[in-house]
Unconditional design. Structure first.
Length: 138
């Protein structure tokens, strides 16, 4: 009958533990999380703009849309990869556009969304008066 040495059992356990922890770290590092982008939409005089459409488009061309509420406030839930190689929150780049009838569309290109430990970022948006056309008035 062959006996298994304690050292052999320990080697097998260490190899198994290394494989499991490596797989777990890889999976965790690749996981996508969400964070909030919040703000208020204003006009040029500082009044809030109700029902303004706020759209964020990421590098993969995925769209996230919402509308400002009766206080002019909006909230988008945006995905990001939690960590980069140095264990810092990994930034995500978005194009943010805001539109409302009677106002020119505001576009912020290459907005760097860096989630914080608090789970949100603030971006207030000011709209300028734009050309009024027949589509703005039913």
């Amino acid at each position: 009958m062959k006996t298994v040495a304690v050292a052999d059992v320990l080697k097998i356990c260490l190899i198994f533990a290394a494989l499991v922890s490596g797989f777990t770290f890889y999976t965790y590092a690749q996981t996508t999380f969400t964070s909030k982008l919040k703000g208020t939409v204003y006009d040029a005089q500082g009044s809030v703009v109700v029902k303004a459409k706020v759209t964020a488009v990421n590098a993969s061309k995925k769209k996230f849309e919402t509308f400002s509420d009766d206080k002019g406030e909006y909230e988008l839930i945006l995905p990001f990869n939690k960590y980069d190689s140095s264990r810092n929150f990994k930034e995500a780049v978005y194009e943010i556009s805001t539109e409302s009838p009677g106002f020119a569309t505001t576009v912020i290109k290459d907005y760097v969304f860096i989630p914080s430990q608090f789970g949100k970022m603030q971006l207030d948006i000011a709209l300028k008066l734009g050309p009024i056309n027949d589509q703005d008035h039913p």
